[in-house]
Ligand binder design. Sequence first.
Ligand SMILES: *Cc1c(COP(=O)(O)O)cnc(C)c1O
Length: 465
Amino acid sequence: MTTFSYLQRSARVSRDNDTEIATRRFQVFTERQLDQIPQLARLDEEQRFAMRVVANVLPFRVNQYVIDELIDWDNIPDDPIFQLSFPQRGMLSETQYQRMADLLRQTDDRGAIRELAQTLRQELNPHPAGQMQMNVPKLDNQRLEGIQHKYRETVLFFPSQGQTCHSYCSFCFRWAQFVGDKELRFSSNEAGRLHDYLRRHKAVSDLLITGGDPMVMKTRHLEGYLKPLLGKEFEHIHNLRIGTKAISFWPQRFVSDPDADELLRLLEKLVKNGKQVAIMAHINHWREIDTPIAREAIRRIRATGAVIRSQSPLVAHINDDPQVWATMWRMQSHLGIIPYYMFVERDTGARHYFEVPLKRAWEIYRDAMSRVSGLARTARGPSMSAGPGKVEIQGVSEINGEKVFVLRFIQGRNPEWVQRPFFAKYNPQATWLNHLEPAFGEEAFFFDAEYRQMQERKLCPVPLS
Ligand SMILES: *Cc1c(COP(=O)(O)O)cnc(C)c1O
């Protein structure tokens, strides 16, 4: 007999609704199994071929829950969750597309296909923002693969068992991890080294376990990373964040998977022992949290004392509409999810398909904000996670007759950069920080020289202790 409220409620849900909630089996489809997805029979031969072409370059993986419960098959190809999950022809440039299409028409030699795929991927900026060169820290002069430490307070950890997802996002900025090129991958299976690093870095207050999706891991693996942090030598680690899209893609993880209850017990234990546990939920569209089982997952997570914060990029074809964001933030806030970040789509992968001009991103943010209650106005953004830091577009303004973007760092490689307003020439086409030039005829942004020095040294200036 247990006293956990989430366990009692869950038993009732599965009794009421056995077939819908408790008994779905996890089943995924990848590029090789595209033909086995019955719903795709609605597309013509050419559309299905186009999917195969793209899915041979960019990662593709979708599960049955997403197919059956999240996509409106009467609205393809426009349906946002279809765009989010299934490869579209426009995701490759015309040249890239033709090269792969020609090859696939000629041969099914996997080696040749893989080789061309790798060439094309190299053209897609697989590791934006200097992640490989600048964010990986050292301990005793050894690079700690699978750890990134860019901002003083927060360490990112990529557990090796968590480097996949229940379903893939077509716009994923970490797409390079999922295409099988080992050297493009970030991951670590070394709990020991993570703990050594954290033990020696007392300025770190947050650990963010990320991926892939750490929620693909069995609970006992997650426990191996997290439970030791309850020890006295980790008192400085106040916040344990887990980045995940499982609420959207596989809410069963928290409700009906064999170790779902164990997972909730782990979260509760961490909370009861003084850690702030934050589920950093990746939610792109309100539809993802509008199914009964997603609602149940949210309820159960919250019952453990963990908080759920949400973040999402703003992406064309999926959520480039203030109405979608307003509805999403309103719904999240009602469900007890705290909107955290709105991101600008990064300069990698199929970015030309998904990108939205900075000017438009700011308009969407502002419009959506103006439609919701103050409680739902907690997301910062639109924010570019760029090499120097997270840069927020605060707005468009006119100063001394010059039209400008007003910008600020939400996070900076140097904490002293944070919250200082700075200005760029207005540019309605710009989609990323490197398209912006300093306003008022200045030569450089205030952080440029220092950032260049950091790049030359190839290290993050995160101080020890
Ligand atoms: C966003 C981000 C973090 C976390 O920053 P917060 O503003 O604390 O959420 C940490 N590391 C990297 C590399 C990031 O991009």
